[in-house]
Design a protein around this ligand. Sequence first.
Ligand SMILES: [Zn+2]
Length: 502
Amino acid sequence: MSADSTRRAAAVLLVILGGAALWWAGSAAQASASANDAVVVTIAAAREHAAASDPRLKSASRFEQGGWIYVHLEGDPGTVGYQHGYLLAPEIEDGFAAVSAGMMHSTERDWEFFRKAAREMLWPKIDAEYQQELQGIVEGLRARTGSKLDVDDIVAFNAFEELPDYYVPWLNKRQKVANAPNLKSPGNCSAFVATGSWTKDGQIVMAHNNWTSYRNGERWRIVFDIAPKNGYRILMDGFPGVIASDDDFGINSDGLMVTETTITQFEGWDPNGKAEFVRARKALQYAGSIDEYAKIILDGNNGGYANDWLLGDRKTGEIAQLELGLKAHKLWRTKDGVLAGSNWARDPKVLKEDTPEFDPNNKESSPNARRARWEELLKENKGKIDVALAEKMLGDHEDTAQKKEEPNERTLCGHVDGSPRGVKEWEWQSYYPGGAVQGKATDARMAKEMRFVARMGHPCGGDFLAKPFLAAHPEFAWEEPYLRDMKAGPWTEFRSGQTSKE
Ligand SMILES: [Zn+2]
């Protein structure tokens, strides 16, 4: 008997025993609670055992390092999804609970509303291969945990950056909803991409830190190494259960390096467009050049999660910025320069048509204060920029508005929980528990070998502790079931094909 069939036989036996125990428990007049618990445990163990021997899991793997969970996924779309759902099942259940609670809280809509939007608006326009991958996630998740989540739940969850803050405000306005909550598109991230005379070796350096609520951000700890049947190999950070990187930091085996920062106070949505999470994943998987990237991400642009994309092509040394509004967009490109992002649009047409409320001249706002800091910091280090320096920059605490060092909402490493001002442009109230939640960096040489470095938690190394925060700020009590400590890990290197800590 092979090891596989032994496992299968054992699983079958467990199912039979579990069934017998269930019958016994049901018919015995004095079945104790502990016997019932034992039955539940036996059935769960049998299911998990049977699922573990599924041939679709053969080439997948998982390990944890430096606060990150690394998964290797490989095969056709359904198989990649199944592996994703199975290997990250506990994290998907946990992430779904935290994210869906946040979506319902901010929009004052119930979960059925998001399921309907996923099913009727998003699903029909999702490419077949990503529909298969999303269905695979549901299958893998259910096989492992017996989860009740279905594909509508998973699609709505994948769209957590676009449905609540882009679709809902557009819908509220259109339907003239009375007393609608004041929803604002998010401002996620500080990032740059540099090349030519700006970097130490003349080749591309790219770095990014993810800004979001600590509630979600503490869970944004997955490194995905995906070897899809079609398209290029991908190494990206990401969120459990979501098929795109979503804070967006990734490299592919054809030489493309991709990151972004979100456009503050963007307004607009096209219900006939294609979900952003699908376009972003597709572009990282299939684009081998800056032009191909722009073409794929623009195809079916729905306005969701509108970003300033920062791109690099390590084959040519060229970098680019694609400012992707809905009514307008603009592409800049250079082989000698630096392009930075901290949630501000700059193209006059995008500013006018897609971000009518954004004030590019307010030096005290988070996006503009960080913009000034990037300009200062990058200029100071022209010709010296490398990955080690990028790591330091991502943890920078210089507030250009106050001209002093103080971690707050205006620093490249954001700590909004320490700011009495909050960020009104994103509807983040005073002391909002959000900011920079992790950072990543790479360069052309590392990208060629499919490697990047990543640090979980604030890139400066500071910890966020939930208990004292909630005691001091009872206005965030609703987050209590989901808000956890976010302790910084070490800068850690990951590469494609890695099978364990090394
Ligand atoms: Zn910091």
